[in-house]
Design a protein around this ligand. Structure first.
Ligand code: ZN
Length: 375
């Protein structure tokens, strides 16, 4: 047993945590436990939870990092094995523990908490009550981070439309599986809008990743003109329980900026105004795609139905893209483009349209490419 524990500690040497984050739990009696943790810091990642990861080993865990302190509830219903659930305060103190929770156990809640650490079930789980969590390489919290750089500096020259995709960025992680030889061989027209509160570099970075992902499928992107500067700021501020208020600014944006036959991509400083009711519900929403088909399909988007036909619009949040955990693959625009082409979520955790964190470079299937509706 000692050997196993020692092995677990050694295995958690920082370099060996790979793209997971090294955590230390320090109990009141100074005993320690080292953990290589995946960090779920976006709403999508937190929803997916442990179902997005292979079964936890003794030295592994999942840290659910929430944007605000609130009552948190955890279900273990989809879990094939038992886990210990530790609730932590904003200061990183374990304020509540629920040990050995399996699939048949009811939902467990703690009030209030900021983070939840899920660990494989172990003997003596209750001794971590009151322990402190130390994060060696935590990314800065959004509220502690510097605001996105303001209007572009004069040095930030805009590439000509023909040069915009000159240096595609391929996914930096190994493919989940070999890409089937399916090709669409198409050119897709894009129109890029850059809010004055967002940076051109971030937009360039996302669109080069987009090109890098789709290139093996024979897709080329072409700008239908230079990047257009807009001044709209965050588009959502209203309460989610009054959808008219919440969606009206999105409707205005579509009316003003969407164009038939072109996919419009807009990088905004954030999608929801910081501190607003929408921010609370849509925090860390890094991308949002609106098409007439999506509007018709989702009851919550009903207030936008009055718009009728419009060209697809992809909205990206610079603040949330910037705070994605660096261990995760950022293909947000590539995923949103899938929605703009009419693709729903699905395809499993190795597919671009998976609604959860991506750990390896995902793929699209021939069926998905065939089902796409091209602008
Ligand atoms: Zn999606």
């Amino acid at each position: 047993m000692t050997g196993l524990l020692l092995g677990a500690l050694l295995a958690c040497d920082r370099a060996d945590c790979g793209d997971r984050e090294q955590l230390r739990l320090v109990a009141a009696d100074d005993s320690e436990r080292a953990i290589c943790a995946a960090v779920a810091s976006s709403a999508r990642e937190r929803r997916a939870g442990l179902t997005a990861w292979p079964p936890l080993e003794a030295d592994q865990g999942l840290l659910l990092d929430f944007p605000v302190t609130d009552q948190l509830c955890i279900t273990t219903a989809p879990m094939p094995y038992a886990i210990d659930v530790l609730f932590l305060s904003e200061a990183g103190e374990v304020t509540s523990v629920a040990c050995d929770r399996g699939p048949t156990d009811p939902v467990v809640c703690a009030d209030p908490a900021r983070q939840v650490l899920e660990l494989p079930a172990s003997q003596g789980c209750r001794r971590w009550l009151g322990a402190r969590l130390h994060r060696a390489d935590a990314p800065p919290r959004p509220d502690a981070a510097e605001p996105p750089s303001a209007s572009p500096s004069p040095a930030e020259a805009t590439p000509a439309p023909a040069d915009w995709f000159r240096d595609p960025i391929p996914p930096e992680k190994a493919p989940c599986e070999a890409i089937a030889p399916v090709r669409a061989d198409r050119s897709v027209p894009l129109r890029l809008l850059l809010d004055e509160g967002a940076s051109q570099e971030a937009l360039l970075n996302q669109t080069r990743r987009l090109q890098g992902f789709y290139e093996p499928y024979g897709l080329r992107f072409e700008l239908d003109g230079p990047v257009e500067r807009v001044s709209v700021g965050p588009l959502m501020s209203g309460a989610p329980d009054s959808p008219e208020d919440l969606l009206a600014p999105l409707g205005d944006f579509i009316e003003q900026h969407a164009r038939a036959g072109v996919i419009t991509v807009a990088l905004l400083p954030a999608l929801a105004a910081p501190g607003s009711a929408a921010d609370r519900y849509f925090s860390e929403l890094d991308g949002l795609t609106l098409t007439p088909a999506l509007v018709a399909d989702r009851e919550g988007l009903a207030p936008l139905a009055a718009l009728g036909a419009f060209g697809p619009v992809i909205l990206l949040s610079q603040a949330d893209l910037a705070h994605r955990h660096p261990g995760h693959l950022d293909l947000t625009l590539a995923h949103e483009l899938g929605h703009a082409l009419g693709l729903p979520h699905g395809g499993g955790s190795r597919n671009l349209m998976y609604d959860g964190p991506l750990r390896c470079a995902p793929r699209l299937t021939a069926d998905q490419l065939a089902a796409a509706s091209w602008p």
